[in-house]
Design a protein around this ligand. Structure first.
Ligand SMILES: Cc1ncc(COP(=O)(O)O)c(C=O)c1O
Length: 319
């Protein structure tokens, strides 16, 4: 295993895609992924195809992925952990590698709590973590990955302009807000930061470990408060509640507005990107996004704010 460390996780993803011969064939992506992921593929000139999520696991539908990878038409897949749920489909990864050892398998754990231990027995080529904005441990920068020794990986410095990143974010958010969604026309600009003066790995890791312990404590106490105050029928199972506390509601926009009127933020996250960054549709990803409301359980929220959010939700939601 090799360790890669960069200003953000997508820089590592970019280098892996640009270096790995397997990425010359299309890679499978879950439809409910962070838009920065397909944008990184577009920047690297790597093709991809969206796959719907399983309505049971909320992760990429592995039966569909299995059937497509077996055709030999695809170079591999990027597996993501919806809402940071940490389980790993190790058996599936091992089976895919036994069918075709040249497949590029990426375990994108950017929404999971960061883990600094390389798993020697891992079947995947890239295990990717982020400590950037809005991640479980939010240092405001930083990503790292464990890379298989066999993975060709040649990082190279790309030009970067913060303004280009801002413009990219504005343009993809506008595309996502369109109804019905229309295809996003990608134009390459220097939006991806691949270089920056980073602290030494040991200092970064010490900082992330301290922040990890602190944030998990807060998340657990706010989660306990939400779990006790909101109806159990609308709560996601506990393994899906690490990154934020997620509930299913009929009208998330209405709930968000009611919270906002009291100065409280919430989010709705990662709608289906199928039909926007690549053709296709993903009804399960769309259905999930249509009903989910993400409540904050990090340093942006105090117990008083969480309590107030629950009182508002219990008042406004037809539960
Ligand atoms: C699943 C997933 N992968 C990758 C990324 C990119 O991480 P970074 O912002 O560190 O480049 C994100 C960003 O939100 C993400 O949610």
């Amino acid at each position: 295993m090799k360790l890669a460390y960069a200003p953000r996780a997508s820089a590592i993803l970019y280098h892996a895609l640009a270096s790995a011969p397997a990425a010359r064939k299309p890679i499978l992506l879950p439809a409910n992924i962070c838009p920065i992921v397909p944008l990184t593929f577009l920047k690297a000139g790597a093709e991809f195809r969206f796959i719907d999520i399983s309505p049971i696991t909320l992760h990429m539908d592995l039966d569909q992925a299995h059937d497509l990878l077996k055709t030999g038409d695809y170079g591999g897949l990027l597996y993501a952990h919806t809402y940071g749920e940490t389980s790993t489909p190790s058996g599936f990864f091992a089976e895919m590698k036994s069918i075709n050892p040249t497949l590029l398998l990426i375990d994108d754990r950017c929404l999971c709590p960061p883990d600094a231990l390389a798993q020697e027995e891992s079947q995947v080529d890239v295990t990717l973590y982020s400590t950037g904005y809005a991640k479980v441990v939010d240092l405001g920068y930083g990503g790292y990955a464990f890379l298989a020794d066999s993975l060709p990986y040649q990082p190279r410095a790309l030009p970067y302009a913060p303004q280009a990143l801002q413009e990219l974010e504005t343009s993809y958010k506008a595309a996502l807000a369109e109804r019905p969604p229309s295809p996003y026309a990608y134009a390459d600009t220097p939006w991806l930061q691949t270089e920056s003066p980073l602290p030494a790995w040991a200092d970064y890791y010490a900082d992330l470990s301290a922040r990890h312990a602190e944030t998990m404590q807060r998340r657990m106490s706010l989660n306990a408060l939400y779990a006790a105050a909101l109806p159990a029928s609308i709560q996601f199972p506990p393994p899906y509640q690490l990154w934020r506390f997620n509930i299913r509601v009929e009208d998330p926009a209405r709930a968000r507005q009611a919270l906002l009127r009291a100065g409280l933020f919430s989010s709705s996250h990662y709608a289906s990107l199928a039909g926007i960054f690549a053709p296709g549709s993903a009804p399960h990803a769309q259905a999930l996004a249509a009903n989910v409301l993400n409540l904050f359980n990090d340093h942006h929220f105090t117990p008083q704010m969480a309590q107030q959010a629950c009182e508002i939700l219990n008042r406004v939601l037809p539960l």
